[in-house]
Design a protein around this ligand. Structure first.
Ligand SMILES: C[S@@+](CC[C@H](N)C(=O)[O-])C[C@H]1O[C@@H](n2cnc3c(N)ncnc32)[C@H](O)[C@@H]1O
Ligand SMILES: [Zn+2]
Length: 431
């Protein structure tokens, strides 16, 4: 039986068909009868698959695109690619790692064995192979168990994908153990309450970060996830490098791809505290040796601190410039972007590339916040960015928030520049 998303259940078939066949949503074929109908097939990037009753979101296709691009690049530079898809759902990710990233081997695991037939059916598109040539296998264990068994058998993977719900960080340790050094860990969180600062004890338990409400909470969600990986890696004597970070409002979903390398970091770099001054709107980072001396210059030390402090979190760049550039080229080569194709992915990769500028501090300035602090209408985002560039600041759009600017220009200076800009505009209009 077809399980429809709740939002579709009240619609009649003629109403549902156009929605299902909208290319943005994904393609479906339906077998219909008077009383019931079921999925025959969906397609993603030309790959046909079934979802059965497995958890599946077509909105996660971009997250899968990004994972596949990075996996393919890994294979090109390392010559091998063994993937453990620890929470595979219907197995579409595993299929895509096999077919598009040309993975040598994929272990598709999901605790729910009721969907075994569906996963097997989807993976059968790829010849299974035997012995050392075996391309894929399906298992149904708790993710921690399969990861730990792989580690104990010294069966290491180049990429481990953990597409979990909520703020499930309990798989971090076992995933790092089962990962080849230099391998990639693709992590997911869907816990918007924690990133929004509404469950600080939950974020503390899961990622070791006490998170308070901040105007750029969705970026904090990504930094919380990377920070959790940084902490776990350092326990094992490793360090992580974020290759990309991706927030999607569907869910919401926070995804980060980190590379795990040997060696504890020799200094605590990019892992500290993010402070937002409620009084003047400035965001700044504090390192561990500044604990107890956190203050904003807009207030005297005697006055009560207006700072909201969250951390420890990842405070460094959200993406590796080099990795995003390579992902861009590959997406272009595969025809996923360019010549008017894949505009959403192209825009996303473009924004990620800009955001990877190491000069940019954590957070972003929302135009609405700036105009309400300045008590005036804000200039257009384009005009504001050109003015910031002219003043020598780094300024880019954010892939997370459409009406916001990521910049190293502090809020009070942004307000001054915006006021000058508006003043100049008013003069021009008067003339
Ligand atoms: C978000 S869905 C996966 C979607 C899939 N990766 C995709 O791209 O379509 C999460 C999956 O994790 C599985 N799951 C939940 N807890 C698990 C656990 N502890 N170990 C393994 N699988 C688990 C669920 O059965 C569900 O299929
Ligand atoms: Zn201040």
């Amino acid at each position: 039986m077809l399980t429809l998303p709740l939002s579709l259940t009240s619609l009649s078939l003629p109403q549902i068909f156009p929605i299902l066949q909208n290319p943005k949503v994904g393609n479906f074929s339906l077998e219909t009868s008077k009383s019931n109908f079921k999925y025959l097939a969906r397609t993603e990037r030309g790959i046909e698959f079934e979802t059965g009753n497995a958890f599946f979101r077509h909105e996660s296709a971009t997250g899968r695109d990004l994972g596949v691009l990075a996996a393919s690049l890994y294979k090109q530079s390392n010559g091998t690619l063994r993937v453990l898809d620890a929470m595979c759902g219907c197995g579409i990710r595993s299929c895509r790692y096999l077919i598009e990233a040309k993975a040598d081997f994929v272990l598709a695991n999901d605790a729910n064995d009721e969907q075994r037939r569906v996963v097997l059916g989807n993976l059968k598109k790829v010849e299974r192979g035997f012995g050392d040539e075996r391309r894929w296998a399906v298992s149904h264990f708790d993710a921690n168990r399969i990861l730990t068994e792989c580690y104990l058998q010294r069966d290491f993977f180049d990429l481990i994908d953990i597409d979990s719900f909520g703020s499930d960080s309990m798989f971090l340790r076992s995933a790092m153990n089962a990962l080849r050094l230099g391998g990639l860990l693709y992590l997911t969180s869907t816990d918007g309450y924690s990133s929004g600062g509404h469950r600080p004890f939950c974020s503390l338990a899961a990622y070791g970060a006490y998170v308070r409400p901040l105007p750029y909470s969705n970026e904090i969600g990504l930094r919380m996830l990377i920070g959790g990986a940084v902490r776990e890696a350092s326990i094992l004597g490793y360090h992580v490098i974020p290759l990309f970070s991706y927030y999607s409002y569907h869910g919401p979903v926070f995804r980060v791809l980190v590379q795990v390398n040997r060696g504890k970091p020799r200094e605590i770099r990019h892992y500290g505290f993010i402070a937002y001054c409620n009084n003047c709107g400035i965001t700044r980072t504090f390192s561990w040796n500044e604990l107890g001396r956190m203050n904003c210059s807009c207030k005297n030390l005697e006055e009560s601190s207006p700072l909201s402090i969250s951390g420890p979190l990842w405070t460094g760049p959200l993406h590796s410039t080099n990795c995003i550039k390579q992902m861009w080229s590959l997406a272009e080569q595969w025809g996923w972007i360019g010549n008017g194709a894949g505009l959403d992915l192209e825009k996303l990769l473009g924004r990620m590339l800009e955001e990877s500028d190491p000069r940019l501090p954590p957070g972003y300035i929302k135009m609405d916040e700036m105009s309400s602090r300045a008590k005036m209408n804000s200039p257009s985002i384009g005009a504001m960015m050109s003015a910031l560039h002219k003043e020598g600041y780094a300024a880019t759009r954010s892939h997370i928030s459409t009406n916001a600017i990521k910049t190293d220009c502090p809020m009070p200076m942004c307000i001054r520049i915006a006021k000058e800009l508006q003043g100049a505009l008013n003069v021009n209009h008067a003339n």
